[in-house]
Design a protein around this ligand. Sequence first.
Ligand code: HPA
Ligand code: ZN
Length: 326
Amino acid sequence: MSPYHALMPLPKAELHLHIEGTLEPELAFELAARNGVALRYPDTEALRQAYRFADLQSFLNLYYELMAVLRTERDFEDLANAYLARAAAQGVRHAEIFFDPQAHIARGVSMGTVVEGLWRALEKSRQNHGVSTRLILCFLRDESADSALTTLEAARPHLDRITGIGLDSAEAGHPPAKFREVYRAAADLGLHRVAHAGEEGPPAYITEALDVLGVERIDHGLRCAEDPALVERLVRDRVPLTLCPLSNVRLRAVDSLADHPLPALLDAGLMCTVNSDDPAYFGGYAGDNFDAVRDTLGLGEDRLRELARNSFLASFLEDDEELRAA
Ligand code: HPA
Ligand code: ZN
């Protein structure tokens, strides 16, 4: 950790963070014991050894497996509090938090348990951690469009807790247009809309997410770099990208961090933000991602400040609140 980082982490917003991806091995074992759930790893060290991924799917397999330990409202509250404490220590002042209700409902854990459990931590987050929060319900794109619609229906009693919707899980072969109807329904409910696109999927999925789903931000969006006309459009329309550099390395979306297109995307004028995605699995929280791009990609202080400023500008905070947080 650099002296600069240790003394004064840059205040930032985190806009791409899966709460289930913040489940550290120690907490996974604690919750497994609390809930009588058996894990197929003898200890935390053995579990950590499994954190070597060939691609997105190999990560998702473990991510869904470990969720088995999350059973009660208290589990979700503890998970969120552990994330918020770590994020706050790295300068996060605002967090827009994804969650994957379908993965829990399929295990017999209700929408209410998930949302109200997370909310117990979120409603006290400003007070306890100095972090404002929003919740974004993600649909699993490898599940059906009907399942997404049923999930939105199940969320209706909890919409006062939910700011927006997103789209995640296995991308290739699951184009955004599959979810046209549920995004329209969410827009009619006044929800914000984002979607993962261009992580493993082609640049055309980014275009489709904008044109068909009406998204306000693109999660990842890394592969836009392959299509100059698309980059031009994203610059012109100030469409934020929520990039996750350490995730891209661990899931092999890039060969190494030194090959990450972030500097080129910033130079092109894109509104980039830097986020942690699934920090327990990918080797770092938001501040660690900032440190990594500073150290490996040589981003100077101006660029780091630009990234931090973008994170607030691209957030779903209201204007006055945003200024206070920034
Ligand atoms: N990509 C897609 N789906 C996900 C991810 C990701 O990085 N993390 C959790 N779900
Ligand atoms: Zn993600």
